[in-house]
Design a protein around this ligand. Structure first.
Ligand code: FAD
Ligand code: FMN
Length: 768
C-alpha cells in the first residue's frame, strides 16, 4: 500500500515503524510541518505497561527508549508551606525531543521516507493517490477538522490556562507546587525526564491568569513572572520555552478534550491526538498515540481482514481504552479546575485527594506504593474522627462519626431500599429479619426503606408506612431488636411518592401503574412520569398543609418507635423532588420558577419535621444532585444551594443521590459515579454528606472517606445479597475491632484467616 502519514509526532512515526515491521513492502511517507528537532513540549511520562507493549511490538526501539528513561519514585506535594512526600509511585519519563529522534531514526532504518518543513493541506488533490492517509497531525488536526462531520468530532475546551515549560533544575520527585498569590492560586507540575532537564507545567484558572496580566505579557515576561513565582523550587535555575514560534499569550493553552465518534472516512484514518486527547495531568497522551499505532498496524496487516472490518476492530478496541482514560482524565482535570474546594484541607488530606483524584489510584494502591505514608493518613483520619482520642492506624471506613449526639460506630450505611413486602403499610416478619440481619452485619447505620406518610403516598401497595398505630408497633419491634442486638443506629426514611405513586411492586415493573385499584396521585404540577402513568393533580395549598402534617405525624411516631435518626426523601422524582426539579415543577405560584421558590415547600415540610424531632438527634435529606439533563434540570451547582438550604434548617447530613427525576435521563454510570456530587456538596458547601451509587468494595469506601469526598458511604445493592458486607470487609482488611455479634465471632475470625491465606497464595502465584 502507498501510505502518507501527516505529522511526525509519536503517533505517525510509530505507526510507520509498526507497519514496516509487519510488511516492509508498504511504501510509507511521513510529512512534518516543522524542521527536524523542532517540537513543542519537554518530557513525557510512561507506565511500565506501555513499555511492555512497546517491547512486544518493536524490541529494538523499545530498548533504546528504555535505556534512556529517567526513573523516579516520589511525589512531593507543596501546599500551605508544607511538603508532603509519598513514595513508591514508579514513574518513567523521556524527553519528547529525544523520543522523536529515536523514532525517526528507527523509521528511516526501516525504509520510511520523512519530509520535514512540509505543511500538508487536506484539500491537496495528491492525497487521492494514496491508499491510506493517516491523520496523525495532533490535537489541532487540520485533516480531522476538514471532515469534522464525517468524524463526529466533539471538543470540550477546559477552563484552566497552562503553559508547558522546561527547566535545567532537576526535580528528584514528581513535584506539585501550589502557590497562593495576590492574584489567586497558581501551581506547577514538574518532573525530570533527562539527567539535566525537567518539565515544568504552570497552571491556573482564567481569572488568576488575567489578574496576573499574562494575556498582555510577551514570552520573556511570562517566563520571568513564573520564575519569580516558583523561585523557591527552582534554586536559581531558569525556565525555558521551546515554543518560540508562538507569540506571547498564545503559549498559554486551554486544554481541549477531543473525542470522535468515527475514526475513518474515505482513505483518511485518525490516529493519536487527532482522534482523542487525555489531559496532561494524567500523562497518557503519548501512550494512547503509540498504542493506537500498534493496533492500527496490526489490523491493517492481518491476513483476510477487509479494510472495513479492520477499521471496525481498530475503533472498537481503541475507543474503549480512550473512553476509560478520558473518564479518569476528566476527574483529574476537574480536580485542578475546582481546586478551591480542597484548599481548606489539611496538607496530608490535600495530598491524598490529589493522588486519588482520577479514581484510578485507590487507598489500597497507595498502601502498596507506600505503606508507611498511607498508615500516616489512616492515623490522621482516626485522630480527626475521634477529636484526637484515638491513635489507631486502621481503615477510615471503621472510624466513628458523631452527628449531633448520635455516635455512629463506623462509616458504612445500609442505603434505603424499598422491599415492597408490606401489607397496608405494616412491616412484618420479613422486615424484622431483613433489618435485624443487616444491623447485625456490622454497618454503622441502617436506613429503612422509603416509609410513606399516607396510603396515597405509597409507591406501591407493598410499601411500608407510618400513619397508624400498627405501624408504630411493628417498627418499634424492629428498632428495639436492632438496638438490643447490634451497635447499629437506625434511620427512618420518610417519603411521599407524589406522581410516581400507585405503581406495581419493584420486581413486577418499575414505575408501571397497577393493573387495577390505582389511586389518584398528586405532584407539584400535572406532569406525568411517562405517557403510561397517571397525570397527577397539582397540589393545592390545602394538600400541602395536609401532607406536611402527615410528615410531622410520622416523625412523632418515629420518636415513639425509638429511631435514632430521620431522613426526608426529597430525591428520585417523588413528591418533594417534584417541587425541586424544574422538569416536573411547572408552577407559576411562589412554589415554582426560581430555585428559591421550588425549595419553599420541601423546606417547609423539613422545618416542620425538625421542630418535633428531638434536638439531640440528627436528620438528613436525600436529594438528587442532578437530573442528568444538563442546564435544563437541577445542576450540581443547584445541588450545593439545595444542600445549604436544608442545612440551614437543621439538616445534619445530605444524602447525595442523583437522577430518577425524569424518565429520559441519560446518567453516566460507572464505579462510584455519584460520588463527585457528594464531593462537590461537601467541599463547596462545607456540609456533611453521604455518598451512594455503585460503591461496592471496601477500597472504594476507604478512598472516598480519606479523600474527604463524603463522611458516610451508603451501599444498597451490595447489601441485598450480603447483609454482612461490613463484617466481610473487616475480615478482608484484617480489622478486629468491628462490632460483631458475639454469636458470630468464630465465623469472623475464620473468614479473616481464610481471606489472608487466599491473599498470600495469590501474591505467591503472582511472584512465580
Ligand atoms: C502540556 C502537555 C503535557 C503533556 N504531557 C504528557 C505526558 O507526560 N505523557 C504523555 O504521554 N503525553 C503527554 N502529553 C500529550 C502528548 O504530547 C500527546 O498526546 C502526544 O504528543 C500525541 O502524539 P501525536 O503524534 O498524536 O500528536 P503530536 O505529538 O501533536 O504530533 C503531531 C505532529 O503533526 C505535525 N503536524 C500537525 N499538522 C500538520 C500539518 N498540517 N502538516 C504537517 N505536519 C503537521 C505537528 O507539527 C506534530 O509534529 C502532553 C501534552 C501537553 C499539551
Ligand atoms: C431494590 C432497591 C430499592 C430502593 N429503594 C429506595 C428507597 O426506598 N429509598 C431511596 O432513597 N432509595 C432507594 N433505592 C436506591 C438506593 O438507596 C441507592 O441509592 C441505589 O441503589 C444506588 O446504590 P447502589 O449502587 O449501592 O445500589 C433503592 C434501590 C434498590 C436497589
Amino acid at each position: 500500500m502507498k501510505i502518507g502519514c501527516i505529522g511526525a509526532g509519536p503517533a505517525g512515526l510509530y505507526f510507520a515503524i509498526s507497519m514496516k515491521l509487519r510488511d516492509p513492502s508498504h511504501e510509507i511517507e511521513i510529512f512534518e510541518r516543522n524542521a527536524p528537532g523542532v517540537t513543542f513540549g519537554w518530557g513525557v511520562v510512561f507506565s511500565d505497561q506501555t513499555v511492555e507493549n512497546l517491547s512486544a511490538n518493536d524490541p529494538k526501539s523499545a530498548k533504546i527508549i528504555a535505556d534512556e528513561f529517567a526513573h523516579w519514585d516520589d511525589i512531593d506535594v507543596h501546599i500551605h508551606g508544607e511538603t508532603i512526600t509519598s513514595s513508591g509511585h514508579g514513574f518513567i519519563g523521556i524527553g519528547r525531543k529525544r523520543l522523536l529522534e529515536i523514532l525517526q531514526e528507527r523509521a528511516r532504518e526501516l525504509g520510511v521516507v520523512l519530509y520535514f518543513e512540509a505543511e500538508c493541506d487536506p484539500a491537496d488533490p495528491k492525497w487521492r493517490d494514496y491508499d491510506l492517509v493517516i491523520a496523525s497531525d495532533g490535537a489541532n488536526s487540520r485533516f480531522r477538522d476538514a471532515y469534522a462531520d464525517a468524524f463526529g468530532v466533539d471538543i470540550d475546551v477546559r477552563r484552566n490556562k497552562f503553559v508547558w515549560l522546561g527547566t535545567s533544575k532537576v526535580f528528584d520527585a514528581f513535584t506539585f507546587a501550589f502557590e497562593k498569590t495576590e492574584h489567586g492560586w497558581i501551581w506547577a507540575h514538574a518532573y525530570r525526564f533527562a539527567p539535566d532537564c525537567s518539565t515544568f507545567i504552570v497552571e491556573c484558572d482564567e481569572d488568576t491568569w488575567l489578574s496576573f496580566g499574562f494575556d498582555r505579557m510577551d514570552q520573556a515576561e511570562a517566563i520571568a513572572a513564573c520564575e519569580h513565582l516558583f523561585a523557591k523550587y527552582l534554586d536559581g535555575h531558569k525556565l525555558m520555552s521551546n515554543a518560540a514560534h508562538l507569540r506571547g499569550s498564545a503559549q498559554w493553552l486551554n486544554f481541549r478534550r477531543i473525542k470522535c465518534e468515527r475514526w475513518s472516512t474515505g482513505n483518511v484514518i485518525l490516529l493519536g491526538d487527532a482522534a482523542h486527547t487525555a489531559h496532561f495531568s494524567i500523562g497518557s497522551g503519548t501512550k494512547l498515540a503509540l498504542e493506537d499505532a500498534i493496533k492500527l498496524a496490526e489490523v491493517l496487516t492481518r491476513k483476510g481482514l477487509s479494510l472495513e472490518a479492520a477499521m471496525d476492530e481498530y475503533v472498537a478496541e481503541r475507543n474503549l481504552e480512550v473512553l476509560k482514560l478520558q473518564n479518569s482524565a476528566r476527574n483529574s482535570t476537574e480536580w485542578f479546575e475546582t481546586l478551591d474546594r480542597y484548599l481548606h484541607f489539611e496538607p496530608l488530606q490535600f495530598a491524598y485527594s490529589l493522588l486519588t483524584r482520577s479514581q484510578r489510584i485507590s487507598h489500597e494502591n497507595l498502601r502498596l506504593r507506600d505503606r508507611q505514608w498511607l498508615e500516616g493518613v489512616e492515623r490522621w483520619f482516626w485522630k480527626r474522627a475521634t477529636d484526637g482520642r484515638s491513635n489507631k492506624t486502621a481503615p477510615p471506613m471503621f472510624a466513628p462519626l458523631k452527628l449531633r449526639e448520635m455516635q455512629v460506630e463506623n462509616r458504612i450505611t445500609v442505603s434505603p431500599m424499598a422491599m415492597y413486602s408490606a401489607v397496608d403499610g405494616t412491616p412484618n416478619d420479613f422486615h424484622f429479619v431483613h433489618y435485624g440481619e443487616r444491623a447485625m452485619g456490622g454497618a454503622g447505620l441502617v436506613f429503612t426503606e422509603m416509609t410513606c406518610v399516607s396510603p396515597e403516598g405509597r409507591i406501591s401497595p407493598g410499601c411500608t408506612g407510618m400513619w397508624k398505630d400498627e405501624h408504630v408497633a411493628a417498627w418499634k419491634r424492629i428498632v428495639e431488636f436492632v438496638h438490643a442486638n447490634s451497635k447499629a443506629k437506625i434511620c427512618l426514611q420518610l417519603g411521599h411518592s407524589g406522581g410516581k405513586g400507585s405503581t406495581k411492586l419493584g420486581w413486577e415493573g418499575n414505575d408501571v401503574p397497577l393493573d387495577d385499584g390505582n389511586w389518584p396521585v398528586m405532584s407539584a404540577s400535572n406532569v406525568p412520569w411517562s405517557p403510561a402513568n397517571q397525570t397527577p393533580r397539582p397540589m393545592t395549598r390545602a394538600d400541602m398543609d395536609e401532607v406536611r402534617d402527615q410528615f410531622v405525624a410520622a416523625v412523632r411516631m418515629g420518636i415513639e418507635c425509638g429511631f435514632d435518626m430521620v431522613e426526608l426523601h426529597a430525591a428520585h422524582g417523588y413528591l418533594l423532588s417534584s417541587f425541586l426539579t424544574p422538569l416536573q415543577n411547572r408552577r407559576t405560584d411562589e412554589y415554582g420558577g426560581s430555585l428559591e421558590n421550588r425549595l419553599r415547600y420541601p423546606l417547609e415540610v423539613f422545618t416542620a419535621m425538625r421542630a418535633v424531632w428531638p434536638g439531640d438527634r440528627p436528620m438528613s435529606v436525600r436529594i438528587s444532585a442532578t437530573d442528568w439533563a444538563g442546564d435544563n434540570g437541577i445542576t450540581p451547582d443547584d445541588s450545593v444551594a439545595i444542600g445549604e438550604a436544608f442545612a440551614q434548617e437543621g439538616a445534619d447530613l445530605i444524602d447525595v443521590s442523583a437522577g430518577q427525576t425524569w424518565a429520559d435521563a441519560q446518567p453516566t454510570y460507572g464505579r462510584m459515579f455519584q460520588t463527585p456530587f457528594s464531593d462537590k456538596i461537601r467541599n463547596e458547601g462545607r456540609l456533611a454528606t453521604m455518598a451512594v451509587g455503585n460503591i461496592y468494595e471496601p477500597d472504594h469506601a476507604n478512598s472516598i472517606l480519606a479523600a474527604g469526598r463524603a463522611d458516610l458511604v451508603a451501599l444498597a445493592r451490595p447489601h441485598l445479597v450480603d447483609p454482612f458486607w461490613t463484617l466481610r470487609a473487616a475480615a478482608q482488611l484484617d480489622y478486629r475491632d468491628v462490632a460483631c455479634p458475639p454469636q458470630y465471632l468464630n465465623g469472623l475470625s475464620q473468614l479473616a484467616r481464610n481471606l489472608k491465606r487466599e491473599a498470600e497464595a495469590n501474591a505467591a502465584a503472582l511472584r512465580v
